[in-house]
Design a protein around this ligand. Structure first.
Ligand SMILES: Cc1ncc(COP(=O)(O)O)c(C=O)c1O
Length: 374
């Protein structure tokens, strides 16, 4: 089956090797196991002694109970039976499309976003329509446009909240309006929520799985918990028909998740407050550095992010985003992601939640580069 090249992943694979200043990745200061134990105060020796005694079978096919309890606590109305563990959010998104989308179903996806949300349904033969997020509209969905795009064949509306790459955040009122539109045509909403809770202000971000009977929340350990190496994500959804399909399709391509990953994830989930607390401090500090830098730039502008770990920066000189990011990587060691990877131009994505020193130095290198152009 044909599928479009995954532009962000291809770019990362190719350009990571030039990275001295990594402003490309979207994680928040990844944790080592030692740091995880230090942060949570859990007893490392005891944890590994217990883990070492466990038989490494398939484990719980539908997920380790302690892991699912930890996930349930991230929602208001979700029960453990409403949760399916997957291999990362990438595995969760894939499983949703693989289970639900038939050729010629209409699927509406916001764009820019993580490419899975439109290229996978396209590869399954769906009639994919884009709901463009623009800086003029603060990278939020235009609801009149969405109303025009839905029809009785609409199977799924895909959103990404908070949004990668722009860092925009859909508030509850707007989310309710999107739900009303989805409900009017009996469509599911897939909300990729891998950055949920990583907000620059203290507002609470509701999950679509709590608000909508056909809401599908996708999330993982990668961003919120800074544990992308624990390849574990999940689907949370209260719709029994969809859940039955997810389980059936999952049996064909993964059986169960890694028991080792699930044990580490369960420990991290128990300490959600501590980890998200650490990460919120980190992203706010980094945002301040980024925001001050942008304020001092003549040729760069942006819509301030409200959540997540990334922002889209626009420049006013004549160069493609590919050339700009290629040259910044090769000439200055600054690893960024060009706008063309998100089907948009004259902009690049900054993954700004790095060590403050790397961020400052990387941004300085971008300033040097722009100055040398003039
Ligand atoms: C919006 C979004 N969804 C899904 C993923 C995949 O995440 P995971 O590591 O959980 O597979 C990413 C990774 O960058 C992402 O940004």
């Amino acid at each position: 089956m044909k599928i479009a090249p995954f532009k962000v992943e291809d770019w990362m694979n190719e350009y990571e090797k030039y990275s001295i200043y990594d402003l490309g990745n979207t994680t928040v200061q990844t944790l080592s196991l030692d740091e995880l134990f230090e942060l949570t105060g859990e007893n490392k020796q005891e944890f590994f002694d217990n883990l070492s005694k466990q038989k490494l079978g398939y484990g719980y096919i539908k997920g380790l109970p302690a892991f699912k309890t930890g996930v349930k606590n991230l929602y208001n109305t979700i029960e453990t039976d409403d949760i399916i563990p997957t291999i990362g959010a990438a595995g969760a998104n894939h499983l949703v499309f693989y289970s639900l989308v038939e050729p010629s179903d209409r699927v509406i996806s916001v764009i820019p976003t993580y490419q899975q949300l439109y290229s996978i349904p396209q590869s399954f033969g769906a009639d994919v329509k884009y709901l463009r997020l623009t800086p003029e509209n603060k990278f939020l969905p235009d609801l009149d446009e969405l109303k025009k795009l839905v029809n009785e064949k609409t199977k799924l509306i895909c959103i990404n909240n908070p949004n990668n790459p722009s860092g925009s955040l859909i508030d509850e009122k707007t989310l309710q309006e999107i739900i009303e539109i989805a409900r009017s045509v009996n469509a599911y909403i897939l909300s990729d929520e891998v950055y949920r809770g990583l907000n620059l202000t203290d507002e609470y971000t509701p999950s679509v799985a709590d608000l909508y009977e056909k809401g599908i929340s996708v999330c993982s350990m990668s961003k919120i918990f800074s544990l992308a190496g624990v390849r574990l994500g999940w689907i949370a959804c209260k719709d029994n028909e969809a859940m039955g399909k997810f389980i059936r399709h999952r049996e064909y391509n993964m059986i169960s998740c890694s028991l080792l990953d699930e044990n580490i994830a369960a420990l991290a989930l128990k300490h959600y407050d501590k980890i998200i607390g650490r990460n919120k401090i980190a992203i706010r500090k980094c945002f301040e550095i980024l925001d001050n830098w942008v304020a001092g730039q003549k040729h760069i502008s942006y819509t301030k992010p409200r959540a997540g770990t990334t922002a889209m920066l626009y420049y006013d000189f004549d160069m493609t985003s590919e050339e700009l990011c290629d040259r910044l990587a090769k000439e200055k060691g600054v690893f960024l992601t060009p706008g063309f990877c998100f089907e948009t131009e004259h902009c690049f994505r900054v993954g700004y939640c790095k060590s403050p020193d790397v961020l400052k130095q990387g941004l300085e290198k971008i300033s040097d580069f722009i100055q040398e152009l003039n």
